[in-house]
Each structure stands twice: as C-alpha cells, then as structure tokens.
Design a binder for this molecule. Structure first.
Ligand code: GAR
Length: 207
C-alpha cells in the first residue's frame, strides 16, 4: 500500500502546445519509459524531443532506441568542467526544440548555468522523502536510519543537490525484511506514477 499525496486526476491539463521535454538520464531509464508511456496513453500532453545520457553503457540508450526517441550521448568525462557539460546540454536541448529539462536518474550535479537557461523548467526525481536522504544511495540511507516510511520526490532543481521546491511526493512503507533492492522497487512503482503527473502540475503552475 502506498500513501500518496493527491495526484491530479488524469488526463492532466492539456496545453495549447504539447510540452517539449528533454530527458536527462544516467542509468536504467525506467522513469523515461514511464513518461513516454503517459504521453502515449494521452495522460501527459507532451513530447520527448531528446534523451540525453552521459554514460555510454547506460541502459537508457537501448530504451530510447526501442521507444523511437532521439538520443544524444554527452559523456561528462570529455568536459573540462561541470559548466562546460551544462552548456552543451543547453545547446542540445535547444537544438531539439525542447524547453523542459527532466532529470530522470541524472547522476551529475548541475550548475547554475543550466538552471538559469530554463527558469522553473528543470525538474528532478529523487528516491526519498526530501529533505531526508539527499545525495547518492538514498535508499540505503533510509534503511540505515531505520525509518518506517520512505518514498520519492519530484522537485524543481536548485543548485544544492536534491533541493528545491517540492511538486509531488509519494510515500511507501519500509518493511522489516526490506533490502535496498526491494525498497527501491517499491519506490520506483510510485516514481513512475508521480513523475508524469508532476510534469503536468509544474507546467500548469507556470501557465
Ligand atoms: C530513480 O530511482 C531516481 O529517483 C534516482 O535514480 C533512479 C533512476 O531510475 N535518482 C537519484 O537518485 C537522483 N539523486 P531509472 O534510471 O530507472 O529511471
């Protein structure tokens, strides 16, 4: 059972034009797929214009291929600074006609350069109830702390890692025999529900 903050009923607000999303991912890409599914089902009025990934071996590249989405590899190891990577992200987002930056398992710290380029339109998802357990290994942190509930958060991105105004959270129980994998799996079910809704909610708040 999950205790959910209220989700707007789907289909969520339609905008005069579909939202133009750039999804940034470093790993598996299940949140990308959840967003693409919400779009395909007509719940989220949006288009994924480009998937940007930083790790050549990331499974998200295969997912993007299967989903027929344009993808661009920007390998962070090839940049002299975080700002230089972010500048290339901005160029890639704009070249693909996107103006929303959706961080979906993007495991890089972003700079003010990226945040300032798309005011109010840079979102992130994190596998904890922020402000608890920011940073890496959030699920392990929650288990180590012995919390009885955890969850996930979609928020606007600010410079400090995993901080910024919260859009939607979902809560899941932590069970006595949970491992990092079982808790992560329970959280991800909720991530896939709230991320598409949070994008729609954030866009409707900007309108
Ligand atoms: C998600 O659980 C997301 O919350 C987390 O990475 C995972 C990506 O899953 N993000 C962070 O920890 C950011 N601090 P996915 O690749 O299957 O979408």
């Amino acid at each position: 059972m999950a205790l959910l903050s209220p989700l707007p009923p789907s289909p969520w607000p339609r905008f005069s034009e579909p939202l133009k999303l750039a999804v940034l991912a470093s790993g598996n890409g299940s949140n990308l797929e959840a967003i693409a599914t919400a779009i395909a089902q007509g719940d989220l009025h949006a288009q994924v214009q480009v998937v940007i990934y930083n790790n050549p071996k990331a499974k998200v590249a295969e997912r993007a291929e299967r989903l027929g989405l344009p993808k661009v590899l920007l390998n962070h190891r090839h940049y002299p600074s975080r700002e230089a990577l972010d500048q290339d992200i901005i160029s890639t987002v704009q070249a693909h006609g996107a103006d929303w930056v959706i961080m979906a398992g993007w495991m890089r710290c972003v700079t003010q350069v990226l945040i300032d380029a798309f005011p109010g339109k840079v979102l992130n998802i994190h596998p904890s109830l922020l402000p608890s357990f920011p940073g890496i290994h959030a699920v392990d942190q929650a288990l180590a702390a012995g919390v009885k509930v955890s969850g996930c958060t979609v928020h606007h991105v600010e410079l400090k890692v995993d901080s910024g105004p919260i859009i939607i959270q979902a809560v899941v129980p932590v069970l006595p025999d949970d491992t990092p994998d079982t808790l992560q799996a329970r959280i991800q079910v909720q991530e896939h529900r709230i991320y598409p809704a949070a994008i729609a909610l954030a866009a409707s708040q900007m309108a």
